[in-house]
Design a protein around this ligand. Structure first.
Ligand code: COA
Length: 374
């Protein structure tokens, strides 16, 4: 059996940002337009007027202050309210592949590796730009990697489930190394016209290189153990899929073709599931709360992360023990915990232990216990 290790990570961050102030101004302009267009129906009590959004609510409910997006012009145009992403021709790289390649190159550079050192690519994300050929195979080809590649989707937990798949293959010896990439174009599956959730998501791509520990050329994080769990729930759901076109009922503008959630229920049901999952995983790995130097959690909601941190550590987390990045990135689905890991792990010392944990739709929860070497 080989010991798998994270030897490099990379983050692709789109240049464009949308502050809460910009977002709320666009939403409120859209709501005013909509209310004017539907004034008669609103007056007759047939439909409800759309209420304004507020910056104060967004920060208080989520901790999000800003988000990066691939296109802000469409999102902020009250007449459009979605990103305007040019349809690529089949001869051009897909958007997801392009983002993932950028993040993957950074991960390879950090590990002191080239494409020739990689045996597999797993593209693990919550939405895929097309059904097939796999985005992962396109990324493999763009990077010039031999071996194999495949896509997988476990929504917000995709990265940790992908890391488990890669770590298990490395442990068993079927591959020496793998790139797990998480290109998340969340702006395209978010309903920017829905006040309850229009502030939640941002775009990003992350990449994690996993190799045999003995192959590492510098400091690395050994993957001591991983754990994945799922429980079916409809509380986070997106019905978009290939059957959409076979149904004759004007699906294009149906609300269930974008991200939908029952946020309150998610909050209540996922918190105990995640806290228990982490506690069980740590106990089985022989790790006590006092042994843990850092938690890199899924970035959906600050209150939720603060609660999980308190439960896991049994006390208030010290500043930096449980780094948040969601104030700048918002929820970036599967990539969130990897951004936090990538930006807040280089200061750990030899022997330090930490846990990467993601959770979300499914429900799904995945945890990875890592130990710094070097
Ligand atoms: N601006 C102003 N007010 C808003 C608003 C907005 N953008 N959106 C909602 N509100 C209002 C609601 O209408 C409601 O008003 P009411 O009390 O008069 O009915 C009030 O604010 C509270 O809304 P609620 O949805 O209950 O807020 P919340 O405190 O539960 O926070 C979430 C909402 C979504 C941020 C929170 O539930 C959450 O983060 N849940 C977990 C989400 C998650 O992890 N999802 C995983 C996705 S991958």
């Amino acid at each position: 059996m080989h010991r798998p290790a994270i030897t490099g990570t990379g983050v692709f961050t789109p240049e464009a940002t949308i502050s809460n102030a910009e977002l709320v101004a666009a939403f409120n302009a859209y709501a005013d337009r909509w209310n004017a267009e539907h004034a008669d129906a609103i007056a007759a009590g047939e439909v409800e007027a759309k209420e304004h959004s507020s910056e104060e609510f967004i920060v208080k409910a989520s901790g999000i202050e800003s988000r990066h997006v691939l296109d802000k012009t469409g999102v902020l145009d009250p007449a459009v309210m979605h990103p305007l992403l040019r349809q690529r021709s089949d001869d051009e790289p897909s958007v997801m592949a392009e983002m993932a390649v950028d993040a993957a190159r950074k991960a390879l550079a950090q590990a002191g590796r080239t494409a020739a050192d990689v045996d597999a690519v797993i593209c693990a994300a919550s939405n895929l730009e097309r059904a097939y050929p796999a985005i992962a195979i396109e990324i493999q080809s763009l990077l010039g990697i031999k071996g194999f590649a495949f896509d997988m989707n476990v929504a917000c937990s995709s990265a940790t489930f992908g890391i488990q798949a890669a770590a298990d293959m490395i442990r068993s010896g079927s591959i020496r190394s793998a790139l797990v990439v998480n290109p998340e174009i969340c702006s395209a599956h978010l309903e920017w016209r829905d006040r309850d959730c229009h502030f939640i998501f941002g775009d990003v791509a992350t990449a994690t290189l996993i190799e045999r520990a003995e192959d590492a050329t510098g400091p690395y994080f050994e993957i001591r153990s991983t754990r994945c769990a799922t429980e079916f729930s409809n509380n986070i759901r997106n019905n978009n899929g290939f059957l959409r076109r076979s149904r004759p009922d004007g699906m294009a503008d149906r609300r269930d073709m974008q991200f939908m959630q029952n946020g309150r229920k998610v909050f209540k049901e996922v918190l105990p599931m995640v806290s228990q999952h982490i506690a069980d995983h740590m106990a089985d790995d022989g790790i006590a709360a006092g042994d843990l130097k850092r938690l890199w959690l899924h970035q959906a909601n600050k209150t939720m992360n603060d609660f999980i941190g308190r439960k896991v550590l049994g006390r208030e987390p010290e500043p930096g023990e449980q780094p948040n990045i969601l104030q700048d990135y918002a929820n970036t689905s599967s990539a969130g915990s990897i951004i936090a890991f990538s930006k807040h792990s280089s200061d750990l010392n030899d022997g330090d232990l930490g846990i990467i944990c993601s959770f979300g739709a499914g429900y799904s929860v995945g945890s990875v216990i890592v130990q710094r070497h070097g």
